[in-house]
Structure formats: structure tokens, C-alpha cells
Design a protein around this ligand. Structure first.
Ligand SMILES: Nc1ncnc2c1ncn2[C@@H]1O[C@H](COP(=O)(O)OP(=O)(O)O)[C@@H](O)[C@H]1O
Ligand SMILES: [Mg+2]
Length: 80
């Protein structure tokens, strides 16, 4: 199945709600489209959206750290 909807959130300023809005947008979309696979591409080196989606809090943080330790890191954290 092709791409049905796509949303891009970008702002050069930090702390304006990009990660929070991304998380809520993805969650709400999932609620409304339970049969649809949803892809979130987090290109922020802080990876806050990824951390929220990977369990949040210390769990999300640990999951991102583990992604970064892999031979081929599965996060952009550390690339910038
Ligand atoms: N709508 C909102 N109302 C109140 N606080 C918010 C809102 N959106 C984000 N925040 C808070 O503002 C801070 C920065 O949000 P964040 O999503 O991390 O920004 P960014 O990704 O742009 O750096 C966080 O502490 C977050 O919890
Ligand atoms: Mg952010």
C-alpha cells in the first residue's frame, strides 16, 4: 500500500513542541487508523520523539542508547 498521508514538522528553534506534537500526531493517527502501519522518521539528534515512541522516560532513553551501540546504529543520535 502506498503512502496515504504524510506530515512534516520542522522548526530550527528548540523547545517549541516539535517532538511532542510529532508523538501526539502519530498516536492520534494510529487511534483513528488502527489497521494502518505508521512510520515516524525522527531526524532530530535529541531523538525525543523516538524516546517517547520507544517507551518514554528512562525506558525510552535506554532503548535509544542501545540502538546507538549497535554496529550499524539505528538512530541519527551521534551522527551530528
Ligand atoms: N502544547 C504544549 N503545552 C505545554 N507544554 C508543551 C507543549 N508542547 C510541548 N511542551 C513542552 O515543551 C517542552 C519542549 O517540547 P519539545 O516537544 O521537546 O520541543 P522541541 O522538539 O521543539 O524541542 C517539553 O518540556 C514539552 O513537554
Ligand atoms: Mg525535539
Amino acid at each position: 500500500m502506498g503512502l496515504i498521508h504524510s506530515y512534516a514538522l520542522w522548526n530550527n528553534k528548540g523547545g517549541v513542541g516539535k517532538s511532542t506534537i510529532t508523538f501526539h500526531l502519530a498516536m492520534r493517527y494510529a487511534e483513528l487508523h488502527p489497521q494502518t502501519k505508521i512510520l515516524v522518521i525522527d531526524l532530530c539528534p535529541q531523538a525525543n520523539s523516538s524516546m517517547m515512541l520507544l517507551g518514554g522516560g528512562p525506558v525510552g532513553e535506554e532503548n535509544i542508547i542501545n540502538f546507538c551501540k549497535e554496529a550499524t546504529p539505528r538512530s541519527v543520535v551521534g551522527y551530528y
